[in-house]
Each structure stands twice: as C-alpha cells, then as structure tokens.
Design a protein around this ligand. Structure first.
Ligand code: NBG
Length: 818
C-alpha cells in the first residue's frame, strides 16, 4: 500500500466531535434516527466510533512496522478468550470520559451500552485468557506482534442449570453483529486436506515430493485491533474463518449433485464452527486436527506472503519472527513450514530444518499426562499425508541424534520417540514441539522445574539450553483498572498514575498497610465491590447474598485435579458440625461460598460434582437454622464478564489443586492483585505468590509435590483417611445419606462418595484435615479485620510481579531475542 493514501493525522476527540461521529454512525452505519435507535443500534454506533479512532492508530502502527521491518512475534493460539471489547477499548484510548459526557448529553447511558456487548468467549479458561492478556501486554509493551487464531462461530458453550445439573447451550456471540472485526475475504488463503503424496523429479534429476490434497477449505482473515494502553500502538489479532472453496463446490456441482455440493460447503465451514469445550483433556477428534491445521496453515502463509515484503529471503526468517506456539494446538505448523520450504520453494531438507528450528518456540501448559496431545498416525496420515512423512523424517534424524548421544540406550530411544507405539501408533505433539522449538517454557517456576525433571526430563538432559521458565501474568488493565475502578482510584491517589503499566510500583503501597485510614478506605472499597457483586448476581441469577459476609471464591474449570470436591467437603463438614451441635452457630464466620465452573460436556464426574455443589447449596441456603450465616452461590455460566465483578469483591481465593498438577493458574494472580488472601497448596504460581506476599499473608496447607509423589509411590489408601478422621467421615456419610438430595442415595451421590473413599485420584481426603485447619486460621485472621486488611493491602502491594507485562518482558529476554 502507498503510504500517502493513509489518513494524515490521528483523530483527536472533543465531546462535540465524538457526538458528531456517534450520530453519523447511528444514521449512516445503522440506518436509523436516534429516536428510533435500539440499544443495540446505539451500542454498535458507539463501538464503531471508538473503532474508527483506533483504526487511525492501527494503520499508523502497520505503516511503522512495514517501514522498520523489526523482528516480530506471532502468538499462535487456538484460543483467545477476549472478554468484552468496548470498555477495554475506551480505557486504552482514554475516551471513556468523552464518550460518557457525549452520551449523557444525548440522554444515553454508557454503562447500559457496554453491558449490551456479548463477550467473545473464544477460549475455555486459563490458556485462552492468557493469550488475551498477552496480546494486551504485547501492545502495551510496544512489541511488534500479531496474534493468530480461529474465529469460532460459537465460543465456549453457555451453561445453564436445570435442577442443579449443567445444560449446555450454543454461544451465539455473533448474534447481534460484531463491530470489532474487519473481514478481508479478498485475502483468503486456501488450505488442503487429504489426498496423496507423489514423487517427481525435476530436470536436474533431483527427487521431490508433491502433495495433492483431495479437498480444500478457504480461510478468511478477520482482523481485530489490539490497542496498547494509551501508547498509540494498535496491534493485530487475525482470526481465521473457514469457507468452502469455489473450485471445490464446482467439482461436486458439475458431478451433478447440487445438494451434495451444498453439504460439502457446510462441511468446510464446520471447521471454524465451534470451539472444543475440553479444558486440558483433548478428545483427539478429527475436526479438531482440521481446526489446528487450518489456522496454522492460513497463518504461516499469511505471514510469509502478506506480512513479509514480497522479495523477502526466507533464509533470514529467524531475524524477522518467532512463532510462539501456545501449547501443542498449533504444533502442526512445524511440518507445515517444512513443507512450504521444501515442497513449494524447493529447499534442501537441512536448510529448511535449520530455519524451522530457529523460528518456533513452544509453551507447555500442563502436567497432566492425559492432556498431552497425541494424534493417531492413521488419522494424521489420512488428513495430512505429507506432514506425516515429514514428521517421520524429523523423528528419524532426531533418534539418530539420541543414539549418538546415548549409544545403546534403546529404552531411552523408545521413550523419546516422537512416535508412540502404544496403545496406538501416534504422534506426540509435545515431543515434536520440543525437538523443533528453539525454546520450551513452562508457565510457573514449579511447573518448569517439573517439566525438566519429570515430563520432559530426557529432552532436558539432551537439550538443557532449550528449557526455560516464564511465569504467567495477567493484564492490570482489564483485571484492575477496568474491573476495580474504586481500588484503582485509591491506588492512584496514593502512589500516582504510572502503576497501570509498571505494576511493580504497587510496592509503594506497602507502608500504607500500616496506615489505619488507608485500611479503612480499602475496606470501604471491598465492601462496595461486594455490594456490586451481590447486585449483579441478584439480577443475573436471582441469587441473594449478604453484602457483609466474607466472599470465599473458587472459580475455574471443573476438574478433579483442581479439587472442587475438597472445597465441598469443607462446606459439608461445617454444616454437619453445626447441625450436629458440635459447632455453635455463633462461632461460624458468615461466608458466601462462591463457585463458578463449567464442566466439559462429556466429563461425567465433573458434571456430577456440579450437581452435588448445587444440591448442597440448595439445602444450606434453605436452612433457616443457619440464620443466613452460610450461603452457597453458584451463578451459572461463569465467564470473563462475571469474573470482572466477582474478583474485586472476593476476600478469600481458593487455589487448592493437588500439588504438582496445576501448571500455573492465573485466577490466583487476579485475586491477589485485587486484595483477596489465598488459601492454597504449594502448586503452580501459588508458590511464587506466597513467596512474594509472605507466609503471614497466605494460608498454605497440604502436601507439597514431593510429598504427593512419595505418598503415591508408597501406595495411597484414601479409605484410611475416611476411617480415621471422624469429621471427614461424618461429612462423607452425610452426603451419602442423601441429606442434600432429598433422601436419594443413588445416582451421582453414591458414585462421588464411593470414588473419593475408594480411589481419590487427587488425594482430597489426604489433604482434608490440613485444609480444615487452614480454614480455621482464615477465620481467626478474619476476626481481626485490621489484621486482615493489612494482609489484603500487602497482597496487592506485593503482587505487581504478576503483570502480564512482566511475562512479556521475560519472553523477550529469554525466548524472542535469544
Ligand atoms: C492451563 C493450566 C493453568 C494455566 C493456564 C495458562 C491448559 C492446557 N492449561 O494452570 O491448567 O494457568 O493453562 O498457562 O489449559
């Protein structure tokens, strides 16, 4: 593009100019008069007004990037859990006040318009939200970068409860139109699937391979703008949507079957239809592999052919880009780049491999063996035959290297092979990523250490230089400035403005922990936020809670390793001790136990746990003898939007996974930054949170990772805990008796209790006593509100490390510039 065609100057807004543009959008964008405009019309007009403002800066950013040709980062992720855009974009552009004043004059409520937006839920949980925090921080840290992902037509399902059980509904987030995206069908990319690979020779007699796919799909890019925080940079997030290719339609059409042609079209478009709702337990479905290949093939081609200058010499690719692979989902990009270089550009294998090994880096997000993606060779070979050949060759050469390094060690060779032989011949994507990547990182210190020592230990021995850590972080823009305006104002008043982009500056709050007036105001903020949260769930879910009770929050995907069941045992035990007279009501701390959790639709135990939490909640909430001291609040469909009101209101953050299972956690960071104290195991980033905030301001409990391993090795018998701890037994017996299920002892009640007593895969029973003791420490601390507030202030002051800006700087130093 010729740079002179670009708009000459950035638009600056006054209330008048903003109003003018807004009204223009109402009239000419929506085609209505203001007095006839619906709330959605006004929302869309407002969004487009803000979008136009951003666009000026976006084009400027793109022009600078083309001019400077600096090394960039492409963050490849199958998920970006963005959350609502309007408020965030108003914050980033500092247009909030102008917009409010302008709408005020027109008699329109800005908050109502913001609440109209349906959040793009294009992710499952932590991994997708991390990607969203990272693109925010990349822009704010002024890093030339692009995010690549999938524009799912349906994001993570909407959760409803029917009789306490989870029901899933499609998330029609595009229903009312999406003002933030810019589709570019003219830049569509064609992607092949299936077919055969043939050998051929060129004139010089050199042998080549050629892939002839038997069907194709077109990827249409949708651009989203990602503004840095008030720094003028606007980066790109490019999400791909699948369309049928015309040639493909025509072939079938000409064969005479119109309906088949249309059906084929739907099949192609299915690729970006829906986000797979499995969080850390992939199902290995063919469509999922199609999604993965679809988006990385589109992205690589886009980068090489559109983003780079036309005559760019790809031997220099490593000077221009790192493709950061967010978990194994985009790892099929490795053989795809090899194929591009070798088959399409005629490179020698060795040259292609040298470049490939320099441009990819891999982030691992799990420790669960069942979460490490593998693709059966059958499936992969059918869908991507040429890629499978390439993977085989990579593996051959790699195993040759293993043999050289460890002669005669056949066992090691089998362990390290990218191809697993059992139970079915499969490609281990994490191994492929580790072999191909220049760097491999875990997402918290403990996690990276366990990757090195356990999950990928053979690889760490062979390639010690590849392994590094980057502890996760969260964006303080969305999770403090936007979601907790009162706390933000208090902080700004105390230490000035700069903390939003320099979060370590929160340290300056430390002395204020000892200032009684500051603590009073801090409590006032919490109390306001609790009331705000109470108001939101009253309206949204019809749940009534007391705004004065401690808000004890456990929000995350429902998974056995996260141990929602341990939280439940604590609640039931409290209730059992109260109703049996062992615990006087006067000694019970008023608490609201807040749960937020979606279960993967096929994950039976997780769904049963949801039903049980709801059953316990119904009983406790209805029991007048508790005088409202205990409440269970489980609003359905926990999402980014609800997180934004819950987290600022929380007093206690539950981070109680079995040690050695949670890679990092990011909710834990958001809570600490908003002044909740953590009750947690020594797991994931909890370890670092505790080290930073100090033991006196964190409730540590339970076995650490070595203790878990030892107990596992020596033979864990959960029943012995049931037999020996009478409170634990009473709680489990109470559940089993049907006390919460109207006397019904069957169905999920017996299967949950039996599985805990007999197997207890994540040792909830072994940690029960320590957990209950920790909760008693929580209550003792809470009883002294001055001491509690002091701890809360110190949690905020000492958690600045967990800004995703810091994570991005660590990636730059340890991975991208390496
Ligand atoms: C999740 C981990 C979390 C971690 C996020 C972000 C997957 C596969 N992993 O502990 O379970 O915080 O990734 O790194 O979803």
């Amino acid at each position: 593009m010729n740079d002179t065609t670009a708009p000459s100057a950035a638009r600056e807004h006054t209330v008048e100019s903003f109003t003018r543009e807004f009204l223009r959008e109402v009239n000419f964008g929506q085609g209505v008069d203001l007095d006839r405009a619906s709330t959605n019309d006004k929302y869309l007009a407002l969004a487009r007004t803000v979008r136009a403002y951003l666009t000026t800066r976006w084009l400027e950013t793109l022009r600078t990037q083309r001019r400077e040709q600096k090394k960039a980062v492409a963050y490849m992720s199958a998920e970006f859990l963005l959350g609502r855009q309007l408020e965030n974009n108003l914050l980033a552009t500092d247009l909030g006040e102008i917009a409010r004043d302008s709408l005020d004059l027109l008699g329109i409520d800005l908050v109502e318009l913001c609440n109209t937006e349906i959040e793009p839920g294009l992710g499952n949980g932590g991994l997708g939200r991390l990607a969203a925090c990272f693109v925010d921080s990349l822009a704010t840290e002024n890093v030339p970068s692009i995010g690549y992902g999938i524009r799912y037509e349906y994001g993570i399902f909407r959760q409803r409860f029917e009789d306490g059980r989870q029901v899933e509904e499609p998330d029609e987030w595009l229903r009312l139109g999406s003002p933030w995206e810019m589709p570019h069908p003219e830049n569509a990319v064609k992607v092949g699937f299936g077919g055969r690979v043939e050998a051929w020779k060129d004139e010089s007699g050199r042998a080549h391979r050629r892939w002839s796919p038997d069907w194709h799909v077109t990827g249409v890019p949708y651009n989203y703008m990602v503004p840095g925080y008030r720094n003028g940079r606007v980066n790109t997030l490019r999400l791909w949507s699948a369309r049928a290719t015309q040639a493909f339609d025509l072939a079938i059409f000409n064969a005479g079957d119109y309906t088949d042609a249309v059906r084929a079209q739907t099949q192609a478009e299915n690729i970006s239809k829906v986000l797979y709702p499995e969080d850390s337990t992939p199902q290995g479905k063919e469509l999922r592999l199609q999604q993965q290949y679809f988006f990385v093939a589109c992205s690589l081609r886009d980068f090489v052919e559109k983003v780079l200058p036309e005559d760019f010499d790809l031997h220099r690719l490593p000077e221009r880009i790192t493709f950061q692979l967010n978990d194994t989902h985009p790892v099929i990009a490795v053989p795809e780049l090899m194929r591009l270089l070798i088959d399409e550009r005629g490179w020698e294998w060795a040259d292609a491999w040298a470049v490939t090994q320099k441009v990819f880096a891999y982030t691992c997000h799990t420790l669960l063996p069942e979460a490490l993606e593998v693709w059966p060779v059958d499936l992969l070979g059918r869908l991507l035959p040429r890629h499978l050949e390439i993977i085989y060759r990579i593996n051959e050469e790699f195993l040759e290297q293993v043999r050289e390094a460890f002669p005669g060690d056949m066992l090691r060779e089998r362990h390290m092979s990218i191809i697993a032989e059992e139970p079915v011949r499969s490609v281990r994507m994490a191994y492929l990523a580790t072999v191909a990547g220049a760097k491999v990182n875990g997402v918290a210190e403990l996690h990276s250490q366990l990757l090195r020592d356990k999950v990928l230990s053979d690889f760490a021995e062979m390639f010690p230089h590849k392994f590094t850590n980057v502890t996760n972080g969260v964006t303080p823009r969305r999770f403090m400035a936007l979601s907790n305006p009162r706390l933000s104002a208090l902080i700004t008043e105390a230490i000035g403005e700069g903390w939003v982009t320099d979060l370590e500056r929160l340290r300056e709050l430390e002395p204020l922990a000892d200032d009684a007036e500051f603590r009073r105001r801090f409590r006032e903020v919490k109390s306001h936020n609790r009331a705000r949260f109470a108001g939101v769930i009253a309206e949204r879910d019809g749940i009534e809670i007391s705004p004065d009770a401690m808000v004890d929050a456990m929000v995350k995907r429902l998974h056995e390793y996260k141990r929602q069941s341990l939280k439940l045992l604590h609640i039931v035990s409290l209730y059992e001790r109260i109703t049996s007279g062992a615990l006087p009501l006067a000694d019970v701390t008023p608490r609201t136990f807040v749960f937020g959790a979606k279960a993967a639709p096929g994950y039976v135990r997780a769904k049963e746990t949801i039903a049980l939490i709801n059953a316990v909640g119904r009983t406790i909430n209805a029991d007048a003898s508790l005088e409202g001291r205990l409440k269970v609040a489980f609003p359905a469909n926990y999402n980014v939007t609800l997180a934004e009101t819950l987290i600022p209101a929380a007093d206690l953050s539950e981070q109680i996974s079995q040690a050695g299972k949670e890679a990092s956690g990011t909710g834990n960071m958001k809570f600490a930054l908003n002044g909740a104290l953590t009750v947690g195991t020594d797991d994931g980033a909890n370890v670092e949170i505790r080290q930073l905030v100090g033991d006196d301001h964190f409730f540590l409990f339970g076995m650490d990772e070595p203790a878990v391993s030892d107990l596992q090795a020596s033979g864990y018998r959960s029943a012995s805990y049931y037999e020996q701890d009478k409170d634990l037994r009473a709680a489990l017996d109470m559940i089993a008796s049907g006390a919460f299920t109207g006397g019904d002892r069957g169905s999920f009640v017996s299967s949950i209790t039996a599985s805990l007593i007999e197997r207890d895969r994540f040792m909830a029973l072994a940690d029960f006593r320590a957990y209950v003791d920790a909760q008693e420490r929580v209550e003792a601390h809470w009883a002294d509100q001055e001491a509690w507030t002091r701890s809360a202030v110190l949690n905020v002051a000492r958690s600045g490390y967990f800004s995703s800006d810091r994570s991005i700087r660590d990636y730059l130093a340890r991975i991208w510039n390496a």
